[in-house]
Design a protein around this ligand. Structure first.
Ligand code: IMP
Ligand code: MG
Length: 174
C-alpha cells in the first residue's frame, strides 16, 4: 500500500474539533458528562476533542474489534475492554473516529442503552458518505468524506499509520 492524497489536514482537524468542543461545552454546561472513546482508533480524537471542551468531563474507554478484512467491517463486534464505570443515570457521549457501515456504533448503542444512561449521544470525526447504512443520529459530526479507505489521526491500515497527524487516502491496498 501507499499513502495517497491528504484529505484532511492537521489544521482542518484542529479547527473542526474546536467547533465540536464548543458545541459540546454549550450543550452539557449543567450536566455531568462522561466521554467514552472507542479504542483503538478514537484515542487521538479523544485526546484532542477533550481539550476543546471547557467542562470537568470524565473519560472512559471501550475497546472493540470488529471481525472482517483489513478494510471492511463485518458488523460482528467483540468487546475487548468494557467501561470501567457504570453509566446508569449518566450523560454519556460516545466518541468515534470514523463511521463507515455504522455497524460498530449500532452495536455499541444497543449495548450501552441497556445500562440506562440519562442520555446517550454520538460524536464522530469522520463520516463516510455514499454508504447504505441504517440511520444513526450523530449529534456532533466532523467531516464527510467519500467512501474510500483512509488512515491517520487514529485510523489504521493493518495496525499502522495511526500516528499520522492528518487523514490521507490509502492506495494500492493489495
Ligand atoms: P463501521 O462499523 O463499518 O462503521 O466501522 C467502524 C470501524 O472500522 C471504525 O471505528 C474504524 O476502526 C474502522 N474503519 C472504518 N473505515 C475505516 C477507514 O477508512 N480507515 C481506517 N479504519 C476504518
Ligand atoms: Mg480499526
Amino acid at each position: 500500500m501507499r499513502i495517497g492524497k491528504v484529505l484532511i489536514t492537521a489544521e482542518q482537524i484542529d479547527a473542526k474539533l474546536a467547533e465540536m468542543g464548543a458545541a459540546i461545552t454549550e450543550d452539557y454546561r449543567d450536566k455531568d458528562v462522561l466521554l467514552v472513546g472507542i479504542l483503538k482508533g478514537a484515542f487521538v480524537v479523544m485526546a484532542d476533542l477533550a481539550r476543546h471542551i471547557d467542562l470537568p468531563v470524565e473519560l472512559d474507554f471501550m475497546a472493540v474489534a470488529s471481525y472482517g478484512s483489513a478494510t471492511k467491517s463485518s458488523g460482528v463486534v467483540r468487546i475487548l475492554k468494557d467501561l470501567d464505570q457504570e453509566i446508569t443515570g449518566r450523560h454519556v457521549l460516545l466518541v468515534e473516529d470514523i463511521v463507515d457501515t455504522g455497524l460498530t456504533l449500532q452495536y455499541l448503542l444497543k449495548n450501552l442503552q441497556v445500562r440506562k444512561p440519562a442520555s446517550l449521544s454520538l460524536a464522530a470525526l469522520v463520516i463516510k458518505d455514499g454508504i447504505d447504512r441504517a440511520p444513526l443520529e450523530i449529534k456532533y459530526e466532523g467531516f464527510h468524506i467519500p467512501p474510500v479507505f483512509v488512515v491517520g489521526y487514529g485510523l489504521d491500515f493493518e495496525g499502522k499509520y495511526r500516528n499520522l497527524p492528518y487523514i490521507a487516502v490509502v492506495e494500492d491496498t493489495e
